[in-house]
Ligand binder design. Structure first.
Ligand code: FE
Length: 135
């Protein structure tokens, strides 16, 4: 990961201190939580989903839908260009990785098979997110 381009930069040690082991694995080492294991997979309250690494608001509940894939899924991101896309050629596939633009934390992947008018499916790890309920 080219750390230089992110506004928030921390050492590996600092991230390790801030995050749990599982969060660190997903956010900083591009890991994937087990499907259907995350706390936001089936979660449909009104509010914003923020980056677990830096708190930046990334997704709104209005864009969340039940994809059945086992991870929180959104058909769009919050306005403001806060989600970075990068080509990911690991695991013998060509996918689009999504990261928090502010801190570079790995969120998940973006697919073009969404069922709504956007045609998009942001497949995000629950571990990468923090939910902020609408007051
Ligand atoms: Fe972030």
């Amino acid at each position: 990961m080219k750390e230089k381009k992110f506004i928030i930069r921390k050492t590996e040690k600092e991230w390790e201190t801030q995050l749990t082991q599982d969060e660190f694995h997903v956010l900083r080492n591009k890991g994937t939580e087990r499907p259907f294991s995350g706390k936001y997979n089936v979660h449909f309250e009104s509010g914003n989903y923020c980056c677990k690494g830096c708190g930046e608001e990334l997704f709104n509940s209005e864009n969340k839908f039940e994809s059945g894939c086992g991870w929180p899924s959104f058909d769009d991101e919050i306005i403001g260009d806060k989600v970075q896309k990068e080509e990911d050629n690991t695991h013998g596939m060509t996918r689009t990785e999504i990261l928090c633009k502010k801190c570079g934390s790995h969120l998940g992947h973006l697919f073009n098979d969404g069922p709504t008018s956007t045609g998009l499916r942001y497949c995000v790890n629950s571990l990468s997110l923090d939910f902020k309920k609408t007051p």
